[in-house]
Write a protein that binds this ligand. Sequence first.
Ligand code: FE2
Ligand code: FE2
Length: 270
Amino acid sequence: MLEALTLTTESAALTKHALPTVWNSAEWVAYFRHNATNLMPVPWGCGAGVSPEELAEIAGSLRAWQLGETSDGTRLTRAASRYAVRMNDPGFVDAIRLFIAEEQRHGAELGKYLDLVGVPRKGRDWGDAVFRCFRHVLHQMEVWATVVVMVESHAMLYYAALRRATGSAVLRRICHQILRDEVPHLRFQCERLAVLHRGRARVLWVLTMGAHRVLFAGVTLAVWAGHRRALRAGGFTFGRFWRSAWAQMGKAWRAMDPRAYRWPAPTATS
Ligand SMILES: [Fe+2]
Ligand SMILES: [Fe+2]
């Protein structure tokens, strides 16, 4: 009995020790700077490499997604600046600026591809308008990060589908790079949410998670409505997309749970 108890205590200590810590802003800045200089080359010399049939399936969706990736980030930087002051973490603004720069690179590469295949870029899109409207109304860092996590979870599915839907070496490489970038993006947002959710009363946290489920269901339906043609071309039926989206977001929900991290012990104040 005593042996079992000792083993349980030891494994609990081991599990606690094995938990990751949340990266600080300096670590995220270092990551984003490193990533910016370690990009996979896009084989632009190969040309568009897309058939008219392929393009017909993905062009409309690609235009809308390209617009969504293109934001000057002014409002996010403003929200991050207010948050950084509150948290006494000025480095967070630098991390957010580098994050925005990566998203702008995604938009620029997709835009360059649209130009290459002669498809005009989009200036307006209902999905993008709803997304921006939502973020403009609510200026809190938590809302930003929550909405971004949901969109990025869908982006993981979308770019994987787009990659499957085309034989274009250029577009496939762009998608590959975006997918590679989005994994740390999700972690970046989830860690921030874990920081923000930390210390929240259990009942409020359960309510927050409930609200997330409702919002996520809406975002998933909206993404399917706006992009089903490209998603289908990439092998998704609605059922498969729905299940994959919830599985992807499930990982994010686990990663934004404060209990998933080891936190520094509180420092004693005099
Ligand atoms: Fe992106
Ligand atoms: Fe992203």
